[in-house]
Ligand binder design. Structure first.
Ligand SMILES: [Zn+2]
Ligand SMILES: [Zn+2]
Length: 364
């Protein structure tokens, strides 16, 4: 009798990821679950640009220059591409500790802190690391069960720790972090230019028409143009202001999260250890440095211990553990630099002898 080996539907790792994300296209697209405002962003951009292309562009191409719609299309496509790249990608989510790893870290923390008498608060779970001669505190995440790498933070909306966390942006429907910050910056920069462009040429269109039929008649005849001017006017202030703010952050190699917390200013008086002290170098690092591959391996197949995808008529050997790590441990092997302490490097640091940490148990 021939043995029919019929494969079950394979389960991919994104189906088992614990954060509050939603996935499309079998894990290729990753976003936050709350996407209402992202759809509003899309409607505003697509609606305003469609009106501009349908009415003013045709008129201006015929009366002024055919280059006007060409440049508008290029800006529109660039803004849309960077928006979708920001929204649909992994912002730099740090995998949660597996149960074994979490138990090991807990054991280490307890060993370092000693027995805390009943009724007393245990010391805060903090580790200090030195980066460019500055002491930086690594906080323990009680949800992800890891010591967060420097600059990482836990997003309460997506329920993930994100590397070089900037902020959660409901307008793009995703966290903005290490892996998508440059696309976010390019998006707001191109959207600013597009808004200024459409606003300016709407004013030109209204002026040209006003000469012919009068200002009030132009407004009556072109309600679409009035709506575009209205949308662009309000978008201008917010988006151009936001782009200016992020240009400042990029030039200082700072994140929004660090700026809000005042990590490198005010009472802390700690110099930003990530800044090169040079505007050009900071911009190059933030906008042109290499993008790390995602460590989530979302499309990886959940395998059994033998490395095989599940088969319908196969029975696991007695005592076999069928749970496998959700996260690929084949992380990119890169040198650990002060600028970029990888989570795996920190995991290694947790296995260092703790004798000396006992005496540092009173760290605040
Ligand atoms: Zn976390
Ligand atoms: Zn988020």
């Amino acid at each position: 009798m021939s043995v029919m080996m019929v494969r079950k539907k394979v389960m991919r790792k994104w189906e088992k990821l614990p954060g509050k994300n939603s996935f499309c296209c079998d894990g290729r697209i990753m976003m936050a679950r709350q996407k209402g405002i992202f759809y509003l962003t899309l409607i505003l951009i697509l609606g305003t640009c469609s009106l501009f292309f349908a009415f003013e562009c045709r008129y201006l191409a015929a009366h002024l220059s055919p280059a006007i719609p060409v440049f508008a299309v290029v800006l529109f496509l660039f803004a849309l591409a960077t928006l979708l790249r920001t929204s649909f990608s992994d912002p730099g989510v740090i995998p949660r500790a597996l149960p074994d790893e979490a138990a090991f870290i807990e054991m280490e923390i307890e060993a370092a802190n000693g027995n805390v008498p009943q009724g007393q608060r245990p010391p805060p779970r903090i580790k200090n690391v030195q980066i460019n001669n500055q002491i930086v505190k690594l906080k323990y995440c009680y949800t992800c069960k890891i010591f967060r790498p420097p600059r990482a933070s836990h997003c309460s909306i997506c329920d993930n720790c994100v590397e070089r966390f900037d902020h959660h942006c409901p307008w793009v429907g995703n966290c903005v972090g290490k892996r998508n910050y440059r696309y976010f910056y390019l998006f707001i920069l191109s959207l600013s230019l597009l808004t200024i462009y459409i606003f300016t040429f709407n004013i030109v269109y209204i002026s040209l028409n006003s000469v012919k039929v009068g200002f009030l008649n132009t407004l009556k005849e072109t309600p679409g143009t009035v709506l575009e001017v209205f949308i662009c006017f309000f978008t201008l202030w917010s988006v151009v202001g936001l782009t200016g703010f992020h240009t400042f952050l990029v030039s200082m190699n700072q994140t929004t999260n660090e700026d809000i917390k005042g990590s490198w200013t005010g009472k802390n008086r700690i110099q930003n250890p990530y800044s090169h002290g040079n505007f050009v170098k900071n911009c190059c690092e933030v906008l042109c440095g290499p993008v790390q591959p995602s460590v989530l391996d979302r499309r990886g197949i959940v395998q059994d211990q033998n490395g095989l995808a599940p088969l319908e008529n196969s029975t696991p050997p007695p005592g076999a553990v069928t749970t496998s790590p959700l996260i690929s441990r084949e992380l990119p092997k890169e040198p650990v630099t002060p600028q970029d302490v990888r989570p795996e490097a920190l995991e290694m640091s947790t296995s260092a002898p703790k004798k000396s940490e006992g005496s540092r148990g009173k760290e605040k």
